[in-house]
Design a protein around this ligand. Sequence first.
Ligand code: SF4
Length: 362
Amino acid sequence: MKAGLYIHIPFCRQKCRYCDFYSLGGRQAVPCEYIQAVKREISRWPGLECKTVYFGGGTPSLLTANQAEEILSCLNILPGAEITMEANPESLTYEKRAGYRRAGVNRLSIGVQSAYDKSLQSLGRLHTAAGAADAFRRAKKAGFDNISGDLMIGLDNYTAREMLDTIDFLKNRGAVHISAYMLKIEKGTDFYINPPAHLSDEEQLADFYLMAREKLEKEGYHQYEISNFAKDGRYSRHNMIYWQLEDYLGIGPGAHSCINGQRFHYPRDLAAFLNRPQTVDDGKTDADEYIMLSLRLASGLSVRRLAEKWGLKIGPHATAKLKVYRKNGFLTFDGDSIKLTPKGFLAENTIARDVMSDLYDI
Ligand code: SF4
């Protein structure tokens, strides 16, 4: 079975104030028993051939180079596979980077978020802008040329200047890929209980998004997904597997999988994961997911694929709405693909819902 493999490392030194990922704060290292549990779960899939491997978290860069190698060496990885490690600047020593590189990791995704220290502090991040710059410099010295940086938009007292400076920061440090996300206040986080005093409103967020996209395109980062931009075709091949509904296996507490259209996940429970966990069935993928995910992509929603794979056609009411969207500059249609424009991406949920509400069997 050829698939993307996601390995979740649910440990962090400190919980960030906005974070709702399954991760446990106050951890300095990844326990050996966790590595053994990951290997045990991987061994349940003897025919697995990895098209991509993605260490996500949590803070995967808490792994030692030996631990990363121990996991990678028990995998059957296809030639040329993308192997990504998410990394927090403060946990990336030079030795670790070089060790990851030797173990086979060929892409780093560095959680920068902002080039302003006051924002990093407010988010509860442990690094500074200088630390992030150092992480890039050392990663390049260790031989990484495929480096992504995260940018978070709409922080406390946010300004266009901060956003543009952060894009410049990432560009000047050599990022070939940038993920630009809006800050969302999620239930169960510290920000949910104590929200920042001066968050951007919806209109400001929309302006920031359009401005970021324009700047990124101008700097040679082409948008291939609603929040993701890449230079020279260095898009995230692993994340494309999710968005294109291809097969992927997720290992670790809270990790999700989709194999042959069947979705399942591990419960968000470290103790259960360490003790022979049962996965939870999430049902089959469906056309609604295809519509939601494909409209996020610059390549758009193919009406031909909707017909061939799902046996569905868009009905007259939705078609009429889509024509109005097209007239108002929210999307283009070339006879097969419905592609959202930058303005359309801001209304992606509404447009997707309009399509989903009027489908009929062919
Ligand atoms: S480092 Fe990442 S996973 Fe860990 S708490 Fe912060 S945002 Fe969450």
